[in-house]
Design a protein around this ligand. Structure first.
Ligand code: ATP
Length: 290
């Protein structure tokens, strides 16, 4: 086998709580991660040269060691050396710096692809342990589906799948750095944290309505304060029939959950013809057994 193409799926957070700041500066979180059917394609091709090159369809994406797919190759090659050079091409569809873990998804897909290309035979757990060295979201991007994430996001427990629904993603034209959001979280001032435990019960009951009513993201306390467009999109999402509308990760993408395709498409058309979203994408949950 000389080349391989692997799909790299995006995620949303179905609810996100930050528990505490740890002595090492990281934050302990508790969140339900959900893979969605929106993906980049990572194409890996062996070459006879020794160098690794990364290219993509986006001219603003770094292609050197700052690129997570590049980092994944270097780490994999250090652990399981090979002599070939590699050309990596990233066909990006997941908006960048959006709270959808696009970079982590590419890193996960690269590890998966190299495991197959070099017949390394690593188990999912082994790949996830390698992925954790690249970023907190990489293990989930390997596991996929629906999962509870704790610790800095790397401690994962698979959950029953999200009931069938439609998910509308709207990313406003603002950039929010994850670091800024964490630094500006006022945990001691937050009276009510998202009720992740009840969300877990709702998932077990396969109750989309109960789940939707509970979904909250604590990070909105920072972003909504700074960017009124966040609240505006949430409001418009609900006016257009979303069961709930929440920010994913540290944002700025807002998603809406719909129980009905027609409503989801109407909302999609509304946002497409408005100024609220730079990217507007209608998708569905992606479950591992589908
Ligand atoms: P998360 O939800 O994990 O916080 P995100 O969706 O907010 O991630 P990414 O799209 O992963 O953000 O990009 C965050 C940063 O990572 C950007 O500054 C981007 O330049 C860099 N990056 C490195 N490699 C990639 C990649 N393969 N795809 C996208 N961004 C990448």
């Amino acid at each position: 086998m000389n080349s391989i193409a692997v799909k790299a799926y995006a995620k949303i957070n179905l609810g996100l709580d930050v528990i505490q700041k740890r002595p090492d500066g990281y934050h302990d979180i508790k969140t339900i991660m959900q893979t969605v059917n929106l993906y980049d394609t990572v194409c890996i091709k062996k070459t006879k040269f020794q160098s690794v090159t990364v290219r993509s369809n986006l001219n603003y994406l770094p292609t050197d060691q700052r690129n997570l797919a590049y980092k994944a190759v270097l780490l994999f090659r250090e652990l399981y050396p090979f002599k070939d050079g590699l050309n990596i091409y990233l066909n990006k569809r997941i908006p960048v710096s959006a709270g959808l873990a696009g970079g982590s998804a590419d890193a996960a897909a690269t590890l998966k692809g190299l495991n197959q290309l070099y017949k390394t035979g690593l188990s999912l757990e082994e790949l996830m342990a390698i992925g954790a060295r690249l970023g907190a979201d990489v293990p989930f991007c390997l596991l996929m589906g629906t999962a509870l994430a704790e610790g800095i996001g790397e401690r994962l427990k698979p959950l029953p799948p999200l009931p069938d629904c439609h998910i509308l993603l709207v990313k406003p034209d603002i950039s929010v750095s994850t670091k800024y959001v964490y630094e500006n979280l006022r945990l001691n001032e937050i009276v009510k944290h998202p009720d992740i435990e009840s969300m877990l019960d709702a998932l077990k009951e396969k109750n989309l309505y109960r789940l939707s009513a509970l979904i909250e993201n604590i990070m909105e306390t920072v972003t909504a304060r700074e960017y009124p467009v966040i609240e505006k999109i949430k409001e418009k999402m609900k006016e257009n029939g979303a069961l709930s509308s929440v920010m994913s990760g540290s944002g700025p993408t807002i998603y809406g959950i719909f129980d009905n395709q027609l409503k989801a498409e109407t909302a999609y058309n509304f946002f497409k013809s408005s100024q609220y979203g730079k990217y507007v994408i209608l998708t569905k949950p992606y479950n591992i057994n589908q």
